[in-house]
Design a binder for this molecule. Structure first.
Ligand code: PBG
Ligand code: ZN
Length: 323
């Protein structure tokens, strides 16, 4: 006797009843890149559909994505001025503060996550302050990260997501936030973040490539699975509210392992290079882009993700609305 699996595949209704994983517009966080100026909307050549936008254009984008049920964004800022310590993001009038305030004023219930890092703000493009020997000084970076976090919090950010892979960052931010009346502000840790070549297109959008060296001293080795679990569990211990695996596609095993090792909500970051590959294949006419995109996003959820940070979020929500 053998089992006839096709009995539960005979029509769409039954297939829907036995479906184990679904996507909804509530699953997504949409990345947006803000640049100084007015009326600016520059498309990134390797990432069709992704733009550097001035604040006025960001507001238009927010108005639109709300109509398709997309209510969460993660903000990255591209400042006009850079220096060795990223001073631009350490003052109350930084571009990120002005953007958060503008969004919250017009759309108070939009959920605004901020990426907290220094690579967009430093002239050397590293994710923190450098020592004399050009390595990132972990503990000095923790201190200025606390300042950056308070600036995001005071501007009205709903959640802070530190992406620099500094050791001890979650504890440092939690302490600073709690001491300043932000004990209810959640932290989404970029807890397991690999030193990945898939970030290439992002660094073009964010203008954040390191001028010298790479990020292997602070980001993880793609070869390490056990360390990947330890990294996330350590951030949980320090007080992270949400964990993350980044990139996503080449790390589905890690997503599943962390899902099994922790009870915290788990986000994945479907990064720029992953998006660019599907867009390039679409342009070349070699895939059914929409189906491949939805299958990919579903795969992240099946692997164990609760939250999907993706440049596809807008297109995915548009499709989900049509169904
Ligand atoms: C900044 C940061 C990066 C990404 C998110 N935050 C780039 C990096 O670490 O070099 C990558 C996002 C993407 O590739 O889409 N630390
Ligand atoms: Zn960085």
């Amino acid at each position: 006797m053998f089992k006839r699996f096709r009995r539960t595949r005979i029509n769409e209704t039954l297939r829907s009843l036995v479906k184990e994983t679904t996507l909804s517009s509530n699953d997504f966080i949409y990345p947006l890149f803000v640049k100084e100026g007015m009326g600016i909307k520059n498309e990134i050549s390797s990432m069709p559909g992704v733009f550097q936008m001035s604040i006025d254009e960001i507001l238009k984008e927010c108005a639109y994505i709300r109509t398709i049920g997309l209510n969460s964004i993660i903000l990255f800022a591209i400042p006009d001025t850079k220096d060795s310590i990223g001073s631009e993001c350490l003052c109350e009038h930084s571009i990120i503060s002005r953007t958060i305030k503008a969004i919250k004023k017009e759309f108070p219930d939009m959920f605004v996550v901020t990426d907290l890092c220094f690579c967009e703000y430093t002239d050397h493009g590293h994710c923190g302050i450098l020592d004399e020997n050009s390595t990132v000084n972990n503990d000095a970076t923790l201190e200025i990260s606390q300042t950056q976090a308070l600036i995001h919090a005071r501007a009205g950010a709903d959640m802070i997501a530190p992406s620099g892979m500094m050791d001890g960052i979650i504890e440092a931010l939690r302490t600073a936030l709690d001491a300043n009346g932000f004990e209810n502000l959640p932290i989404m840790a970029y807890s397991t973040k690999f030193a990945s070549a898939y970030y290439g297109p992002f660094r073009d959008v964010a203008e954040s490539s390191p001028s010298k060296g790479d990020r292997k001293m602070y980001q993880m080795d793609p070869a390490n699975r056990l360390e990947a679990i330890e990294e996330s569990l350590e951030d949980e211990r320090q007080g992270a509210d949400i964990l993350m695996v980044k990139p996503a596609l080449a790390y589905l095993d890690v997503i599943r392992e962390i899902r099994n090792a922790s009870k915290l909500p788990l986000a994945i970051y479907n990064v720029s290079g992953e998006y660019a590959m599907l867009q390039a294949a679409k342009k070349a006419g070699i895939i059914d882009y929409e189906r491949v995109m939805m299958e990919t996003l579903l795969g992240f959820k099946r692997a164990g993700a609760n939250i999907i940070i993706s440049y596809h979020a807008k297109e995915a929500c548009e499709l989900l609305n049509k169904r």
